[in-house]
Ligand binder design. Structure first.
Ligand code: NI
Length: 135
């Protein structure tokens, strides 16, 4: 099995806020991440596909194809957007890094034409990242 990873970046704003909780509880839970007007991150998305290499091409998946899928399905929809307000597939989702990785998985998993989606790593800062590998 060979693992192939494509990296993509986007910038977006978000606010961590659970509407089921009071303002005070949200502030206690999320601290400054619950600030009413939100804040931004430069996200790094790394998507890994696992598979066997094609004998003909030597590829698991042509990275140009993976790049295009990430661009069309994710980056174009989230780059320079407010994740709480502007993104259809994130409606009703608290935009933690964990939840973003899971939502990206749901979209990407059926779109991968060869091999299988193995992991989605999403970094919110240099120090904080989440990896999701499916259920
Ligand atoms: Ni944040």
């Amino acid at each position: 099995m060979v693992y192939v990873t494509r990296r993509a970046t986007f910038s977006a704003s978000h606010r961590l806020f659970n509407p089921a909780l009071s303002d005070e509880e949200n502030e206690k839970l999320y601290d400054k991440c619950a600030n009413p007007r939100g804040h931004g991150h430069n996200y790094v998305l790394e998507v890994t596909v696992a598979g066997k290499q094609s004998e003909r091409s030597g590829y698991v998946i042509d990275l140009k194809i993976l790049k295009q899928i990430l661009e069309t399905e994710i980056i174009r929809k989230v780059d320079h957007k407010h994740l709480n307000e502007d993104v259809d597939f994130l409606k009703g989702v608290i935009p933690t890094t964990e939840n973003l990785a899971r939502e990206f998985w749901k979209i990407l998993e059926p779109k991968i034409p060869v091999g299988t989606l193995c992991s989605i790593r999403l970094s919110e800062t240099e120090n904080n990242s989440v990896e999701y590998r499916g259920e």
